[in-house]
Ligand binder design. Sequence first.
Ligand code: GDP
Ligand code: MG
Length: 166
Amino acid sequence: KSGFVTIVGRPNVGKSTFMNRVIGEKIAIMSDKPQTTRNKIQGVMTDDESQIIFIDTPGIHKPKHKLGDYMVNVAENTLNGVDAVLFMINAEEGYGRGDQFILDRLQRVDQPVFLIINKIDRVHPDELLPLIDQYKEMLDFEEIIPISALEGNNVNHLISILKRML
Ligand code: GDP
Ligand code: MG
């Protein structure tokens, strides 16, 4: 069993960190600066019964210049032809205008979209439920999964859900 999974989200939500944790190699470039990831980078996770090819994207955001335009195109193109889309947000920041730009594009995606609430190590558990309720209204998510890409919380759970879907 194998499949393609793409990860989208605003800059700095933790997409590359997640990829690196799952793939176990430093293949995606991580940084505090937005837009460090200029191109889509693929990583392959294999185990006994399955293979998942992850595509890390530059954050989809409103382009301000030519290069930005190109990066948005790279990210949007990866939405076509994948088996699932992970829409990652930062639990600490919550909803922002950048999210709406991405959500508008995800409306047109037929594939299952998972909401991944990252950086839960930075928030109190009580803050999660309101965030989940808020985002639930925005898109028909396949599932909503809180994780910490940095510390690894719930990452295996997410992987097993993705595997089940393949
Ligand atoms: P990207 O732009 O979405 O690829 O984000 P990065 O993976 O480059 O991460 C941006 C920053 O957030 C880095 O400083 C990461 O160490 C940090 N980060 C990523 N995931 C987590 C997390 O789960 N918890 C915390 N506390 N920090 C995180
Ligand atoms: Mg990145």
